[in-house]
Design a protein around this ligand. Structure first.
Ligand code: ADP
Ligand code: MG
Length: 277
């Protein structure tokens, strides 16, 4: 039998920082290049506050690039260029007057391959982001933060007796939940997840899906997935990306997930969600 997933416990204080409201993320007319290679062409998408948006589509159509544009990681690639706007609650994260650290702090990211700091303890992993963002906190507040993040990450029950054990000693699914907990510690308003379950077994996948559904009450979630059942199970809305041969990626169709799976408007979406590609 699969152990029940711990639910968010409102009795656990979150941390010393004030609660933040749910945030809407909007990408407007995003065009992206690597050198002269255009990989996205005028992609616009609104990701509603407190919703789960799934980005689906074949490999190479620009989903990961789009996700990295949403938290200013795209600009880490020297050849990368970008046009368009990304608005977090109406404010452009690329505004020259805005600090990069503020965008990164507001918008967390979880990758396909779980990447905790393997030699650091579970506790230190959760707290790692505080150092990077220069957040000061008392020891007792840190304890509360570690607990609440691990509860929200769906990992607390499994690790509460060994918080000083190294993160690298956990199973793959546990490591991914530790990464989710770590990203939550800096209180992001948006959580971006790039194929977070692709490297995991079905049980871990299920636990992470439950965790996401809980988290969506306080964080806006954008997930890239190749798993259509997963998109159907967790997302409120779906965006189907496609790049025709030699062409940049575009969104062919987006909208309510149930509507899109049951009655796709575009024949290419129909083929993709029905496994004909
Ligand atoms: P997806 O996540 O949908 O598989 P990606 O965003 O990873 O697609 O890739 C979109 C396109 O951009 C591909 O043609 C890929 O080869 C190219 N690309 C991705 N990252 C880089 C990079 N760092 N440098 C050059 N080209 C890249
Ligand atoms: Mg990708």
């Amino acid at each position: 039998a699969i152990a029940p997933v711990p639910r968010l416990d409102p009795a656990i204080p979150v941390d010393a920082a004030p609660a933040t409201a749910l945030a809407e993320l909007e990408a407007r007319e995003i065009t992206a290049w690597f050198g002269n290679h255009k990989v996205l062409d005028r992609v616009s998408l609104t990701m509603p506050a407190g919703g789960i948006t799934a980005l689906i589509g074949p490999s190479g159509c620009g989903k990961s690039t789009f996700l990295r544009i949403l938290n200013r990681m795209h600009e880490l690639v020297p050849s990368a260029r970008l046009a368009g706007e990304v608005l977090l609650d109406g404010e452009d994260i690329y505004d020259p007057g805005k600090r990069l650290i503020d965008a990164r702090r507001s918008i967390g990211m979880v990758f396909q391959k779980p990447n905790p700091f393997p030699a650091m303890s579970i506790r230190e992993n959760v707290l790692a982001g505080l150092k990077l963002t220069g957040t000061k906190m008392r020891g007792s507040d840190k304890d509360l933060l570690v607990e609440s993040c691990l509860v929200k990450g769906g990992l607390w029950n499994e690790v509460k007796d060994r918080l000083d054990a190294p993160g690298g000693g956990l199973s793959g699914g546990q490591q991914q939940r530790l990464c989710i907990a770590r990203s939550l510690a800096i209180r992001p308003r948006v959580l971006l997840m790039d194929e977070p379950c692709s490297a995991l077994d079905p049980t871990s996948t299920r636990v992470i899906e439950e965790t996401m559904l809980d988290l969506a009450r306080e964080v806006t979630i954008v997930i890239v997935t190749h798993n259509m059942q997963q998109a159907a199970r967790v997302s409120d809305q779906c965006a189907f990306f496609l790049a025709a041969q030699g062409q940049p990626g575009v969104i062919v169709e987006h909208g309510d997930t149930t509507a899109m799976f049951q009655g796709p408007q575009d024949p290419r979406t129909y083929d993709y969600v029905n496994g004909r590609f």
